[in-house]
Design a protein around this ligand. Sequence first.
Ligand code: NAD
Ligand code: IPM
Ligand code: MN
Length: 363
Amino acid sequence: MSKHRIAVIAGDGIGQEVMPEGIRVLEAAASKFNIPLQFDRFDFSSCDYFEKHGKMLPDDWKAQIDGHDAIYFGAVGWPDKVPDHVSLWGSLLLFRREFDQYVNVRPAKLMPGVTAPVVRRDGSPREPGEIDMVIVRENTEGEYSSIGGRMYPGTEREIVVQETVMSRIGVDRVLRYAFEVARSRPRKHLTSATKSNGIAITMPYWDERVAEMAKQYPDVKVDKFHIDILTAHFVQRPDFFDVVVGSNLFGDILSDLGPACTGTIGIAPSANLNPTRQHPSLFEPVHGSAPDIAGKGLANPIGQIWCGAMMLDHLGHRDAHDAVMRAIESVLQPGSGAPRTPDLGGTASTADVGLAIAQALKF
Ligand code: NAD
Ligand code: IPM
Ligand code: MN
């Protein structure tokens, strides 16, 4: 089997703490399933690198990273050192665009042993698996556009404009991906996030493309909700959702809300995919660098570990993916006595949880 070359970028804050645990578990999976993994570590795409070099990335970053089979990414951002829009547009958002990672797949699932803060209408707790959705986020255009600017700066006539861009190719390709995911799941249900009542040019276009695409997927049940009521439905009936597709911004918001409904954003993974495989895809937890808990060993590493499992799947190792997921579930299992981090009500450290999952993988 040829070697998989993984570019490792830990980034800032808890990215530096959860990454070693992600690698620990990947190494355990690689040894169990005899998968040749090579990790190439990069210190750029961090605010420390910016402080030294005045930029987030070296000029030849693309040549250094392209050619890897995948990117395993932690989190970027340290607003006290570098403004967020500078650090993120100088790294993560650039990777997504330059590597054409146009789909962002973000599962949100209620795991065994985790209490969902959102209870049923009768007040009873939700069961594991009762919340099980995949958010498919458009990842290279939409509201995250660099078209716009500031006019008459510093005057009372100051105006700022930022355009939302939706191209037919851009919208259709992410919708097609989402419909395919919906078709592959037992419930075959796709929900589209819209706001075509208020955002009266781009969002009606999004709805129009959803309706057009739906004609090719008569087996998929499709519905749509405006983003405002959709967030309310996530809280009040999260079990209703199967696959949810949204524009870049709506997908971003829903993919923090979905995992929060399943207990913690600390376990949520994401896969920034280039489905054509012309460039590497990027696997990262949904959460950020969490400056409030960084450096204390309190971060939950499960988001980092779960997206490592998604990376193994992407590299063709479904069995290793399934084994990592079973190991995560066994550690979360109620009564397992396994360590858990404070976001899940425990007192364990990031490394305790990483070790327990790597250990569980051996059996
Ligand atoms: P955040 O996700 O970093 O943190 C939000 C809250 O969730 C914090 O209270 C934090 O302690 C908690 N949290 C996050 N991850 C956790 C984990 N693994 N275990 C336990 N608790 C966890 O969001 P933020 O505070 O809005 O952003 C902080 C910085 O990270 C900013 O610079 C932001 O731009 C950046 N950010 C980066 C990414 C990324 O690189 N993909 C994603 C989101 C935010
Ligand atoms: C995410 C993050 C990023 C985004 C930020 C850090 C630019 O919130 O990956 O969800 O908005 O896409
Ligand atoms: Mn986000």
